[in-house]
Design a protein around this ligand. Sequence first.
Ligand SMILES: Nc1ncnc2c1ncn2[C@@H]1O[C@H](COP(=O)(O)OP(=O)(O)OP(=O)(O)O)[C@@H](O)[C@H]1O
Length: 275
Amino acid sequence: MNLLSTSINITSSSSRHLLLPPLHSTSFSSSNVATENNNNVAIEGRNLSFWVSTAKQGKTKTLPILNDCSLRIPSGQFWMLLGPNGCGKSTLLKILAGLLNPTRGTVVVKRPKSYVFQNPDHQVVMPTVDADVAFGLGKFNLTRDEVKFRVSKALDAVGMLSYQQRSVQTLSGGQKQRVAIAGALAEACKVLLLDELTTFLDESDQLGVIKAVRNSLDSSGDVTALWVTHRLEELEYADGAVYMEDGRVVMHGDAVGVMNFIKARQAAYIKQINS
Ligand SMILES: Nc1ncnc2c1ncn2[C@@H]1O[C@H](COP(=O)(O)OP(=O)(O)OP(=O)(O)O)[C@@H](O)[C@H]1O
């Protein structure tokens, strides 16, 4: 089983992340994954399918990308979405973010929610770190002191407080990602949807970004993050995980259980190709 990456580029607008305004989550009954009170659930997708139409030689064909995917992520937890290249991770994340509409199924995600892009160079929009983190706060009608407080608190959560005055152009890729995450935290996001943030980063930057997310969740208590990755080793930092293959959610649950499941799948695959 190949969990190695093929990077995809998401070309974004100048905004470093997409933020939607607060909305009370709608409650609905659930079946296969329902054991908790819905207030304790930050992200829920039920029976999600996504198809695209392709035209070849004058004929239109329907191409299924996601098939009947269900997942449920409790509030305040750090979850990862894993699977081989092309299995549908980014598509599912974009549906949860509201950037794509599912062909079938329902989505409930707490708001405000924020989608952070893969490429660190698409994240930062202002010349300095503090101005960049404050960028999204204009709409809240805050005092100068309140803005300062939120910016400092958010930068502290991602370990970037001492970089407040720095020019963003002098930051590494991982530092830019952390500034983007701080921007979402400053706007009091309840849900962070993070699309393969470590794809363009070296190993130490990768770890720095994961730890920043972990730390920001631990210090806030009510922020939930879903992190798309193809790197099995990153599961070590997660509370839970969703594993996909071929457009389907194959397993979802606690991180150790999912890691053991994937390792067993890999071992079986290696045995099969060696036999
Ligand atoms: N608009 C589209 N038209 C045609 N095919 C699409 C479209 N969007 C996605 N796909 C295909 O759907 C599949 C899933 O894509 P997606 O980017 O969600 O996978 P992924 O698991 O995130 O992949 P990776 O790990 O390589 O980033 C891929 O085969 C992709 O080529």
